[in-house]
Design a protein around this ligand. Sequence first.
Ligand SMILES: *Cc1c(COP(=O)(O)O)cnc(C)c1O
Length: 327
Amino acid sequence: MGVSKATLGDPAIAKAMIQGGVKFIADSRIENIQKMRNAGISTQFVLLRTALSQAEAVVKNVDISLNTELATVRELSNFAKLHNTLHQIIVMVELGDLREGVLPRDLPQFIKKTIDLPNIKIIGIGCNLACYGGVKPDKHNMHQLCELADAIEKEFQIKLEIISGGNSANYEWSESAQPIGRINNLRLGEAILLGCETVNRKAIPGLHTSAFRLIAEVIESKEKPSLPFGEICQNAFGSVPTFIDRGIRRRVIIALGRQDILVSGLKPNNNLEILGSSSDHVVLDSNNYNCEIGSEVKFNLDYGGLLSAMTSPFIAKQFIGNSHTAA
Ligand SMILES: *Cc1c(COP(=O)(O)O)cnc(C)c1O
């Protein structure tokens, strides 16, 4: 599954993922899936995060949703019946990362209570690691997922078609020599978009690691002291900043701020060093290089940077090397 959420469900990127061979497009936001559908993307859509209040939109727009709560699956069943559709679900199992998931000991009960709900089909189980608790996918937790799949199939006489082992953090595990068992699906966002796995953020051989670039405009460039002068109070974000005196330095301001971007997610690719930021300004030390007013500064992005940049309405998105343009 190609995961599109970090690009705000951009149809051009979903299209590229499909051309690249993914069988499903998965997103955490129903709004993103609706956007891709409206743009004419035709594939199997998977919703990664299911909210009870959106159950009707889910059954109308999504083929498969990931679920962990009985109340939500019941609501999906009600609306699937109302709209005369069959909604497929993957039940997420908690394997230690402590984000979403039914505890393994509760899984049989969960299946028992959902299996006969009208217009619902359980097509698989899955797990998500390395997101909240930073728990690494390894042979133990992956084996546990496979064993749970076997046990559920045996107890309920059903076939689980999808055993979804995780996200981009599963790359290393999937490449290692150990058998992958019954796991036949991964949900990959960052690996595809930024070309790296997410356990150690190592580049994946053959993939581009700078497919996304953020370009910002220089709006001020002046030599100034590196220590603020006057009495120091809280800054715009409620913290009292501290500074190192490096003498007079050339400081560059770009027209970009926390309203657009997770500033820690910017990776400057020349001599620039980020000194700080406020809502609409990022202040950089230019290593005494004089950036011209109106000139461009380029950044690579990490996952948080990509997510926030794609979400900012102030950042124009442009695709190069293809005719697609984002909304
Ligand atoms: C975001 C998400 C993914 C994709 O994660 P990446 O690290 O971008 O590969 C997979 N599964 C779930 C449930 C997610 O929420």
